[in-house]
Design a protein around this ligand. Sequence first.
Ligand SMILES: NC(=O)c1ccc[n+]([C@@H]2O[C@H](COP(=O)([O-])OP(=O)(O)OC[C@H]3O[C@@H](n4cnc5c(N)ncnc54)[C@H](O)[C@@H]3O)[C@@H](O)[C@H]2O)c1
Ligand SMILES: [Zn+2]
Length: 371
Amino acid sequence: MKTIKISLKSNNERGYAIEIRDGLLGKLPAFLAKMHKTQRLFVLTDSNVKKLYGRSLFQGLLSHSLDAWLIDIPAGEQSKNANLVDLLHTQLLENGVRRDSLVIALGGGVVGDIAGYVAATVLRGISFIQIPTTLLAQVDSSVGGKVGIDHPLGKNLIGAFHQPSAVYIDPTVLRLLPDREYRSGLAEVVKIAAALDASFFRFLERNASKINRKEIRVISEIIPRSIQLKAGVVMKDERESGLRKVLNLGHTIGHAVETASNYGLRHGEAVAIGMAAESKIARDIGLLNATDFDKLSRLMKALRLPTSFPRLVNRKRFFMSLGEDKKSVGGLARFVLLERIGCTAMGIDEPNPFIESVFASRPSRPKRLHS
Ligand SMILES: NC(=O)c1ccc[n+]([C@@H]2O[C@H](COP(=O)([O-])OP(=O)(O)OC[C@H]3O[C@@H](n4cnc5c(N)ncnc54)[C@H](O)[C@@H]3O)[C@@H](O)[C@H]2O)c1
Ligand SMILES: [Zn+2]
């Protein structure tokens, strides 16, 4: 069992532990029975995860005499919407939610984001725990307390900061994860390494074929290392007023691509495309050297991550979403760009010609940002 402690600068009482252990899911009912005996528990999951793990977790909770409810939402990004939040609020209220009730988010990032947002808003906020079941959720979305939903105008535009009271990770649930979802999670792993840690990046380079074979020994190293790195940033800047922005590497273009594909792309796929495009911009403005640009491109290729804009990305919607990005200032997209592997430069505004050029995949003219 690995335990990572998160203590938040703003308020130590709101710190929590992330437990990582093979086979943990099967042991959770007995464990939760000790901690949450008197609480009403609402297990929120999606239609796929309900069949794989939701029902058995729920039965386990009931068999330990816990007062538990199981609620599922349709699987997929389309579920992160205000109507569904309203429906979930209604279900919780109709089933006697109280201030001391607990929401249990069992699933990928979609479940974690929406369940966390429901927990943050019902009765002005109740506790929740995360049991992430995709690689993306285990390495990224379950850590850091960002919860929320999408808006027709863009990704994750409605939300809150609401920290979980615990995160329980069982890497063995990744065995049944479809390859596409696994690679989507790998995109966030590459982002974390590229943005924050050159030695973790080299680990990924050295182990690319083992990662592709989903070797559990390597995955079991990747999960805590990614979490440690993300947690290190979140602990210093919980509310993204500065440092935390480094985690948005690839996400300015990534979110716009995701929205403009009408969510036909997985989040991680859009992030990979965003990272490839943003690193081209960084190279073309003379910020990122060619060697590191090539390293990133090679690793992304080795891990079979998408790097170019697919046809389903609607051009008009792409540029519209880019201007509406949370990070944009005065309609100008604001980027976190790679300076070298393990280091980013923040808050660089880029004029549209560079984005136009990556969108059209035309070679762009090298130009320094500051000459
Ligand atoms: N809050 C944050 O900080 C943060 C960070 C990164 C991403 N996100 C959000 O996370 C979401 C993407 O999350 P995701 O990639 O986990 O997608 P997801 O939650 O849609 O899960 C992907 C698919 O895998 C299925 N699944 C889940 N666990 C499984 C398992 N163990 N075995 C088999 N199938 C399984 C799901 O049913 C779903 O069909 C996006 O909405 C993104 O915005 C949030
Ligand atoms: Zn992301």
